[in-house]
Design a binder for this molecule. Sequence first.
Ligand SMILES: [Zn+2]
Length: 112
Amino acid sequence: MHEATLAENILNIALEAARQNHAAKIFKVGLTLGQMAGVEVEALNLSFDVLKRNTAAAEAVLTIERVPCRATCNKCGKTFQLERYNFLCPDCDGVLILQSGRELRVDYVDCE
Ligand SMILES: [Zn+2]
């Protein structure tokens, strides 16, 4: 399962950050997640909750910031906010270039 692997990676990043800061406890892990990153937030949270047990992140919560998907047309230059991935400009049939929405990164780790 994709989300389980992802949760494991996030946990490892958080635990590594805690180690570097000599922190015993992690409170919060901030994530940026694009709408188009293909991640089920619920599944991610569930996986994270299982994996974090008996680690320094046992009480940590994921704070997820969703980034909407935006794309710019290579012909008319208009920028659109996409609900789902669409390759063609609705105005001129130019090709849409994705600007944001595929982000997937850990922004910060809040620890003690
Ligand atoms: Zn266009």
